[in-house]
Each structure stands twice: as structure tokens, then as C-alpha cells.
Design a protein around this ligand. Sequence first.
Ligand code: ADP
Length: 468
Amino acid sequence: MEIIHVSAECYPMAKAGGLADVVGALPKYQQDLGHIAKVVMPMHRTKFLLENEWEVAHKGGFTMGSTYMEFTIIKEKTNKLGFDLYCVDINGLLDRENIYSYDDDTERFVAFQIAVLEWINQWEHQPDIVHVHDHHTALIPFMMQNSFVYGRLSNIKTVLTIHNAQYQGWMNWEKATYLPAWDTWKWGLLEWDKMVNPLACGIKCAGRVSTVSPGYMKELFLSANGLEGLFNMEAAKCSGIINGIDYAVWDPATDTYILDNFSVKDEETGKELNKKKLCDDFGFDIKLPLFVFIGRLVGEKAADVLPGAITTAYTQYGKTFSFLILGSGDKTVEAQLQAIEQIGYYNTQISYNEKLSHQMYAGADFLLMPSRVEPCGLNQLYALRYGTMPLVRRTGGLQDTVTDFGDTGGYGICFNQATVEDIVHAMGRAIEVYKNKKLLPQLRNRMMNIESSWESSAQKYIDLYLSI
Ligand code: ADP
């Protein structure tokens, strides 16, 4: 099969979160299964773009609304990612440093999607599957089926994977004129709750809809930021496939970002050396349990509860632990987290830092994820792989991937609510585990032996394509 993934992000070209990790890994594993998988994404102006060699694959133009736009598709020359990576450049619109959060994001991503279809429409052959990811690419199935100019693409099978249903790409109706002339009888496919809703449109038009864990899929039938009714109507084509992790990037035995490589056989010394580096860098006492949080400082991740939880834990347990935070997002939360720095044995890094994140997975004892919403969650999978015990709220993919150490075969700490009380209680349990010098190595052994590779999930996506 020939599969074209269309995405706003792909690691290492451009990453804002888990979407990039998935799109950077899944195609590689699909290639290993004997298929041809390609990725096409916007040409963000990133370090990877500037440091690699590219060749022009296609040039074209189209009219969006009343504006004529020229575009270029470039291809990475050296197959660095293990699959063909294509980027779409539209002067002034896509070649920017950030992936999202511009006022004209609607125009940027609609133009990107049209350029992708203009390009595929010129191919002599046709791909078997067009696999789109999240709302930024979710108008593609609609355009393939209903824009007159793409008539020859209308029978190609499509899949939409939802990495996060909170964001839906809502647009005013006047912007529907951006799409190449389409069959206006079909306006209902674009609409949800009186707006053009690209994610809802993708759910209606794609041949199959998947999310990144079975647990999150179940939640979406009950709560999906207004789309619950739609998920129920389309239930027959919806399913959840858990993300894997890319062992080429996330393996403590080969990770080039960490100080000392280790595996399950020498985890005790390996983790100790990596922890020492973190403790030295941040002035922590290596004898104390080290907790970390890595992620976007937003409501979905329950980042707003962190300042209260951490200060309460210090009040309740004294200075018996260290805590390091890496993330950025809500400015109020950032300021609150920085304001508690004087506590001691505590540090906040307000930044996006890939290297430090690897060092934290390797050197920490515990990773806290109190998320309110977690479609899959990759942090806990990385933590497990690096022998760091995850403390997670029972939600979405976290519930699917972490079993409490109190349950048979368990290895993590689970709690029910994203509240100060539940988090502090979970941290108290973790501090007790840390004191038990026999139990912790046993649990680490269990965690590090968990199989989370992409192999089986990549096959599940192939089965999904075949089921259309
Ligand atoms: P989401 O996509 O909702 O942000 P995921 O758990 O699916 O959450 O993926 C998060 C990914 O982003 C992980 O690879 C994590 O290590 C990384 N990440 C998040 N914030 C940061 C940060 N501030 N610095 C480095 N890596 C980060």
C-alpha cells in the first residue's frame, strides 16, 4: 500500500507535542511492514529545515477565495527519517518559525491542505490511503469527495486520526469560499453547531476515524467538546489505537541526549548517574526522591493545580523531595510556578527543551501527569521505558497504559481527580515507595520490560485501512 500522511507536525522537522512523535514514527514502522509511507507537512522555518538538504518535487498554484497562491513542494534529500518527507512552502504563509498560534492559522492550514491536494491531483498514479491528522488537515476528505476539481481523487480511501478533540479549527461560514468550488448541496458535511467545523467535517467524511487510545475513544462518546453526539452517530467507523514509542529516539540504552546509557540490566547505576547530573544542575539533594512534570502548562494537563499541589506537598511532607518542572503555556501558571521557586529543592524551566526532557525521563524517580484530558499521553510511556515511575490520573490513554502498583502486576501510581488532595496523596505514596529499597527496583524492572514499540500499533493501522 502507498500511504500519504498529512500533518501539521512531524518529529524532528517540527514538534509541538505528541502529534509530531506519532507522525515521525508511524510511517517508519509502516515501511518496515513492507508498505510505502510518506509524510507531507507545512514548511515551517525550523532548525531541521535549515540544517538539511532539500530538492524541489513540485511547483504549482491555486486560487483560495480571491487570492492566487503559488506553492512549492520540497523533499528531504537523504531519507533521514526512514521515509520520504515532503514540505509545502507557500511564501509568507507557511515559512514561519512557529507551528501554530498565528492570527491567520485558518488561511495557513486551508491553503496547506489545498496545496497538498493540488499536488496529489497531478500524480500519474494514486495513493491507496490518505491519512490525515487532527483538524489542521481534516478538510481534505471533504475536498477530495466534493470539490469538483479533485474528482479523480474521490475514490481514494481516507483515515482521520484525532490526537486531540479539544481543538476543532472552527471557521466562519464566509471562509467556506476558500475551498475549491464544491457541491453546495453538501454544506451540511462542513457544519457543526452553526459553524464550519473542520474536525467534525473530517469525522463525517473520512472512511475511518481513529483516536490514539481505546480509553480516549470511549470518553469521546460522552464528552468531546461539543462533538459527543457526532461521535455517537459515527460510532461504527470509530476506534482507538494506542500510540507506540519510537525506540530509535526513546531508548535509554542508546539515547544520545543523556549522560549515561543504561538498560534494565544496569538500571540502578544508570539512573543514579543520570539523576546526579540533574541534581547537580539544579542544586537538588540526590538522596531525596525527584519528581518531574514535563508538558504544556495548560488546563488539559491540569497545570493550574500544580502550584497548589506542590506547595501543599512541601507543607505536608516537609523538604523530603525535589521537584523539577519543564514546560510553557498559560502565563499565570508560569508565573505561579516560578513564584514558588524559593521553597528550595524546586525548579521551573519555562521553555521547550528536547534534550532536558530526555535527561529528566532518565534521571527522575517519578513523573507526575494529573491530566484532565489525555488522548494517549506519551510522557508516561517514555517514563516507563526509562524506569521512572508515572503518577497518573485515571483518564484516556493514561488509564490504558498505567496500572497501579497496588494491583496485580502493577508498576505506577494512579489517582482519580486532578485535585490538590489526590495529587498530594499520590506523591505521599511515591515517597513511601522510594523509601522501600527492595520494591522500587522490582517496579522499575517491570516498567522497563513493558513492550510499547510501534510494531503492533503500526499493523493495527494497516488493518484499519484494509477494513475500509
Ligand atoms: P501533547 O501532545 O498533548 O502535548 P503528549 O504526551 O502526547 O502530549 O506528547 C508530549 C510530547 O511533547 C512528549 O514527547 C514530551 O516529552 C514533549 N514535550 C512537552 N513539553 C515539552 C517541553 N517543554 N520540552 C520538551 N519536550 C516537551
